[in-house]
Design a protein around this ligand. Structure first.
Ligand code: C2O
Ligand code: CU
Ligand code: CU
Length: 457
C-alpha cells in the first residue's frame, strides 16, 4: 500500500488508521501553497481532545491530531516539511532515527534557533533509510511531548515489500486525571526514579481501540512508543506474529515470543497473521490490554509471510580497528542540592560524572566525546542504577553487539533499552559530522541530567 504525497495531503493516507482520529479537528495539515518549496505544511497548535468521554483535554497537536499526522516519504527521496508554530511557546522538530545533516536535527541552539510562536522553519532532508520513525520537539520536552506533540514518520521501501496491509500504532499514556485535565509531566521525585508515568494508555489517541483487520492476511503493524516514560511490555497471547524490524531497521524475521520490551522512542514492526473473521486477539502491555485486534471478513486470497525487509544502507563498523569509549550512566540524586531544586534545576542523573543542565544553552559546547569523522567506535554503555534507560543517539545508527544481561542477535538501531545494572556494547562508524545529542529517552531523565553531546569532526 503506498500513496503519493498529493494523496496524503488530500487525506487518503488516513485510510491506514481509519476511525482512530481523536477529537474534532480545529487545525489541519494545510495544503502547501507552494508545492515547489515543500511537501507538507505541518502546523503545531492547541487542540481540544476528548480522551475521557465527556471531558476536554487541552492538548497540543501536529496537523490537527495528537499523536500527530502521519508523515510519509519514500526511501532515497527528499522530505520537505514546513513546520509552522502556532503554539504560545517556542518549539522545534527533531526527526527521531533519521540520519540527516545537523542543521535539520531540530535541537535548539545546536542545530537551529528555536522556532518562535507565529514563525516557521523549513526542514529538508533525504530519507536514506526505510522504516518506522517518528518526530517530536526538542524544547521543553516534558510538556510538549506530554501534551501530544509526537507523530509517526513512515519511510516506505523503494520497492513493494510483500505487505499488502499495514497499520501504524502510536502508543502513548497520557498524563491526565479522570476529568481529562493534565497532571504534572515531571514530578521531581519520579524523575529521580523510573520517570513520571501517565495514567491513560492509548493507541492513536484512543483508549483500548478495536482494530479491524482482514482475516487471513499478514498485516504489518508499526508500533511506535511515543510515550515519555513507559516501557511497554508487548505481548499478543495466542497471536501469530513475527518481528520484521526494530527501531526502523530490518531484522531476520523471528517470532515475537513471549514479550518484547518497547522503551520510550523505540519501534517494532510486526507481521501479524490475522485470525478468522470474528476472532479477537488482545495486544497487551504485560497483563493490561492496549487494543483488540479483530479479524473481519475479506475476499482477498490468504496472505503469506513476506520475505525479510531489505537492509538499510548503514556503514558496517569494523571492530578490529575500532576505538573503545566507555559511558557510565549514573544516579546522582543523592548529590542534588536543595538550592538547585528550589531554582528548578534538577540534577538527578549524569553520564561519566557530568549532568546536562537543560536550561544551559551552552552545554553542547562541551561535548562528552569527540570522534573522528569516519572513525570506527565501540561504546561500552554501563548502567550503574536500578532504573532502565532507553539510550538514544542522534545523527547516526549504531549496531548493538552484546550485553552482559541478555542474548543479543546484533542489530542496527538508534535507541537501546539499557536494563537495570546492564552493560551493553554498541558500535558504529562516525560518518556524520556534527554535534549529536546522546540521551536517555525517558524525558524526565533527559531533563534532569541524562544527556550529553557527542561531536564528530
Ligand atoms: Cu527522540 Cu533527542 O530524541
Ligand atoms: Cu533522536
Ligand atoms: Cu533514563
Amino acid at each position: 500500500m503506498s500513496f503519493t504525497r498529493r494523496q496524503v495531503l488530500a487525506g487518503l493516507a488516513g485510510l491506514g488508521v481509519a476511525g482512530f482520529g481523536a477529537g474534532g479537528v480545529r487545525y489541519w495539515l494545510g495544503r502547501p501553497e507552494n508545492v515547489a518549496s515543500h511537501d507538507y505544511e505541518l502546523i503545531a497548535a492547541p487542540l481540544d481532545l476528548e480522551l475521557v468521554p465527556g471531558h476536554v483535554t487541552p492538548a497540543w497537536a501536529y496537523g490537527g491530531q495528537a499523536p500527530g499526522f502521519e508523515l510519509r516519504c519514500r526511501q532515497g527521496e527528499r522530505l520537505r516539511v514546513r513546520f509552522i508554530n502556532k503554539l504560545e511557546q517556542q518549539s522545534t522538530i527533531h526527526w527521531h532515527g533519521i540520519r540527516l545533516p545537523l542543521e535539520m536535527d531540530g535541537v535548539p541552539y545546536v542545530s537551529q534557533a528555536p522556532v518562535l510562536p507565529g514563525e516557521y522553519f523549513d526542514y529538508d532532508f533525504i530519507c536514506h533509510d526505510a522504516g518506522s520513525f517518528w518526530y517530536h520537539p526538542h524544547t521543553t520536552s516534558a510538556e510538549q511531548l506530554g501534551r501530544g506533540l509526537v507523530g509517526p514518520l513512515i519511510v516506505e521501501e523503494r520497492e513493494p515489500t510483500g505487505f499488502r496491509h499495514e497499520r501504524t500504532l502510536s502508543l502513548k499514556t497520557w498524563h491526565i486525571d479522570e476529568q481529562g485535565a493534565f497532571t504534572e509531566f515531571l514530578v521531581p521525585r519520579q524523575a529521580a526514579r523510573e520517570g513520571t508515568r501517565g495514567r491513560l494508555a492509548t493507541i492513536n489517541g484512543e483508549s483500548n481501540p478495536t482494530l479491524e483487520l482482514p482475516e487471513g492476511q499478514v498485516v504489518r503493524l508499526r508500533l511506535i512508543n511515543v510515550d515519555s516514560t513507559i516501557t511497554y511490555r508487548l505481548n499478543l497471547p495466542g497471536g501469530e506474529a513475527r518481528i520484521y524490524a526494530l527501531d526502523g531497521n530490518p531484522v531476520q524475521p523471528r517470532p515475537l515470543g513471549k514479550e518484547y520490551w518497547l522503551g520510550p522512542g523505540m519501534r517494532i514492526d510486526l507481521a501479524l497473521k490475522v485470525p478468522a473473521a470474528g476472532e479477537e486477539l488482545s495486544l497487551r502491555n504485560g497483563p493490561l490490554r492496549l487494543a483488540t485486534l479483530k479479524g473481519i471478513a475479506s475476499s482477498e486470497a490468504a496472505g503469506d509471510w513476506p520475505p525479510a525487509l531489505p537492509a538499510n544502507p548503514i556503514a558496517e563498523p569494523d571492530l578490529s580497528r575500532a576505538e573503545t569509549l566507555r559511558f557510565n550512566f549514573e544516579w546522582a540524586a543523592a548529590l542534588a542540592s536543595p538550592a538547585d531544586e528550589a531554582a528548578g534545576r534538577y540534577k538527578y542523573w549524569q553520564i561519566n560524572g557530568q549532568a546536562w543542565d537543560i536550561n544551559d544553552k551552552t552545554c553542547a559546547d562541551r561535548p562528552i566525546a569527540t570522534l573522528k569523522k569516519d572513525g570506527h567506535y565501540i561504546f561500552v554503555l554501563r548502567n550503574m542504577a536500578q532504573y532502565q534507560h532507553p539510550i538514544h543517539l542522534h545523527g547516526m545508527t549504531f549496531k548493538v553487539l552484546g550485553s552482559d544481561r541478555r542474548k543479543i542477535v546484533p542489530y542496527f538501531t538508534d535507541t537501546y533499552l539499557l536494563g537495570k545494572n546492564e552493560t551493553a556494547r554498541i558500535a558504529f562508524v562516525a560518518d556524520n559530522p556534527g554535534v549529536w545529542m546522546f540521551h536517555c529517552h525517558v524525558i524526565d531523565h533527559m531533563e534532569t541530567g541524562l544527556m550529553a553531546a557527542i561531536e564528530v569532526v
